[in-house]
Design a protein around this ligand. Structure first.
Ligand code: NCD
Ligand code: ZN
Length: 335
């Protein structure tokens, strides 16, 4: 049987939530990933050293038997330098949300006034703390990411030494930015390598495919696939796995977020094999992230096997991407 081995898989954009949801979802990621960048959009968001420590402790308590490193982040505010110095050793990045643009982002940035942000961003640059960005404006939903490119340019040119990560990119415009600015990087989800807007609202409305940023056009999907499959050195896997209870998804006012954590590696194997690029998956799933973030995860070896696997209908009440569908790869063993 055909197998494929991945070493130290990393998920560079992950929502773990807190309390019961955390207990349900964190073990699923800790099982097959060596580490993950943990998003800070809790209610209330992670904004203090105490929040970071408490959140990390709760995560570690849910995964006692697996080796798993939660790389912690803070929710961006215009923090001062002294505060940043006090947290720098305990965080891996800071995540910036435009206010109100996605789930639990109400306390985000409401205007991109560079001079107001300069002291924080310059201090982050000096301290080598990467800035992760949810890059969407409040424009028309299909244009929000493309419109945000001017803000990425502003950030990239004003802070040329700051590592800026364009999170969960969905457009060809974002892909093109990678080669325009040395300090711009990106994460790509697995669902954005599979879906277009048609899979969300083209037929029956599919709430479990609905996320922010929304899946775009076929030409955007192709641009994302090309850059992921070649494992562009500035691109990393970040699932943006964003669990919501079934009742919040299958409802009027469906919450944004696709839950993919437990099946991401299997789906990535299927996609990379389909395009005969399995050899590039290691870079996309771990090596690029290790060099971009300068992190060294502990050893973990995941062996995947090419055999039919039916994605469960739900994981403790959370419906995953492609629930109930058969895919071509399964996890065989983990060491
Ligand atoms: C995320 C969530 O639910 O926290 N939702 C999503 O659609 N991706 C937030 C985010 O990353 O935008
Ligand atoms: Zn996210």
């Amino acid at each position: 049987m055909k197998t494929h081995t991945l070493l130290m898989p990393l998920d560079m954009h992950l929502h773990l939530r807190d309390s019961v949801m955390l207990e349900n979802v964190a073990p699923l990621t800790a099982y097959s990933f060596s580490g993950a960048i943990i998003m800070p959009n809790l209610v209330p968001p992670v904004t203090t050293l105490e929040d970071v420590r408490n959140y990390k402790k709760s995560i570690m308590e849910t995964v006692p038997n697996d080796y798993f490193e939660p790389y912690m982040t803070l929710f961006y505010k215009n923090y001062d330098k002294a505060f940043l110095e006090s947290v720098a050793n305990e965080i891996t990045a800071i995540k910036l949300y435009p206010a109100g643009i996605t789930t639990n982002s109400e306390g985000g940035v409401s205007s991109f006034d560079i001079e107001e942000m300069r002291p924080t961003l310059q201090a982050m640059s000096d301290m080598e703390i990467p800035l992760c960005v949810h890059g969407e404006t409040d424009g028309f939903v299909m244009d929000r990411e493309a419109e945000f490119m001017t803000i990425y340019e502003l950030l990239a040119t004003n802070f040329p030494k700051l590592k800026i990560i364009m999170e969960h990119i969905t457009t060809k415009e974002a892909v093109e930015m990678l080669d325009k600015h040395e300090n711009l990087y990106a994460t790509i989800t697995v669902h954005h390598l599979l879906l277009t807007l048609d899979d969300v609202v083209g037929g029956m409305m599919m709430p479990h495919n609905f996320c922010k940023p929304i899946a775009k056009r076929p030409e955007d999907l192709n641009a994302l696939l090309t850059t992921a499959l070649e494992a562009h050195p500035k691109v990393m896997f970040g699932s943006d796995s964003a669990p919501h209870p079934r009742s919040k998804k299958e409802s009027c006012g469906c919450a944004a977020g696709v839950f993919s954590a437990p099946i991401a590696l299997q789906l990535l194997c299927e996609i990379f094999e389909q395009y005969d690029k399995l050899d590039n998956l290691q870079s996309f799933i771990s090596d690029n992230a290790q060099s971009i973030y300068g992190i060294c995860p502990e050893f973990k070896e995941v062996v995947l096997e090419k055999r039919p696997f039916i994605i469960p209908e739900d994981y403790s009440g959370v419906v995953p991407l492609y629930a109930g569908n058969e895919i071509a790869w399964a996890i065989e063993s983990i060491e």
